[in-house]
Design a binder for this molecule. Structure first.
Ligand code: SF4
Length: 273
């Protein structure tokens, strides 16, 4: 069965060169009711018990607490991937995260600002900012997963990242993703960032060795681009279900619209494929 990536917001401030999202910065989202109706139906038909809530950045969606509360009320385990930047706004009430989110994913792709900026461009001091976010989450007792996109420019930075995160006691998981050259991004950039599966697993093994040296018990999940092509399905902020086209990295296969009940069986079959 495919893993459901529920994208609930079109907005994101990180401006990553390798972003796979086909989105524009708008506030035009599918409403909670449609999402919950669809997820309930899946839960009934395939015993769905977990979704990854993603974006853009989901924290820019104002009714996110309500959506998460409703997902939790139907016993769905929630992983939420965010840049975390909104958590640094003094007046942002993040108390809903501890209540409803099982694991919060935060990106960290390098041990130096210059390397991080080869992929994620918008912050002046990405390491300092990320560490501030992680401290804040640690203070609130929120379980964190570090998400690292492994690409050509940060291949040799895994040990540095391990050292950066080793002092936190709330990091329960570290997901490493082999860079996947999909989405509307520039072809030249996609080629520059590309790494082979072999290179990816060398980096993963370095991570495992370093964590063992540091005596740090963090669950490692290594996800190749091929495994994600076959195992992920994306729901866009407007409710369109899609997955990457295996033949053409620039394109996606449109599976259906969760607002349209006539599309449901097609979507269900695809999720089970
Ligand atoms: S943080 Fe994620 S959603 Fe935002 S620009 Fe980067 S890849 Fe895209």
């Amino acid at each position: 069965m495919r893993s459901i990536q529920l994208s609930v917001s079109n907005k994101c401030l990180r401006n990553c060169k390798g972003c796979y999202n086909f989105f524009a910065n708008t506030d035009n989202f599918i409403d909670c009711h449609n999402v919950i109706t669809f997820i309930k139906q899946l839960q009934q038909d395939i015993k769905l018990n977990k979704v990854t809530v993603t974006g853009g950045d989901p924290l820019y969606r104002e009714d996110l607490p309500k959506l998460l509360e409703e997902l939790k009320a139907i016993n769905i385990k929630i992983n939420l991937d965010t840049t975390g930047l909104r958590l640094l706004d003094e007046d942002y009430d993040a108390s809903f995260i501890k209540k409803y989110v099982d694991v919060l994913g935060i990106p960290l792709d390098g041990g130096s600002d210059s390397v991080i900026k080869t992929f994620r461009q918008s912050l002046d001091k990405p390491i300092e900012t990320t560490l501030q976010i992680l401290h804040k989450l640690e203070g609130q007792g929120i379980n964190v997963c570090i998400n690292t996109m492994v690409h050509k420019f940060n291949l040799s930075e895994m040990v540095s990242i391990a050292k950066l995160i080793s002092g936190f006691n709330n990091i329960v998981k570290w997901q490493l993703f082999q860079y996947m050259p999909i989405g509307p991004g520039d072809h030249a950039i996609k080629q520059q960032m590309y790494i082979t599966e072999e290179e990816f697993f060398v980096a993963v093994n370095e991570v495992k060795q370093q964590l063992s040296t540091l005596n740090k018990d963090i669950k490692i999940e290594a996800k190749t681009s091929q495994s994600r092509r076959d195992k992920y399905i994306f729901i866009s902020p407007m409710g369109i279900v899609w997955c990457p086209d295996k033949q053409d990295d620039d394109k996606r296969i449109m599976v259906g619209d969760i607002k349209n009940s006539a599309d449901y069986h097609n979507i269900l079959n695809f999720i089970q494929s």
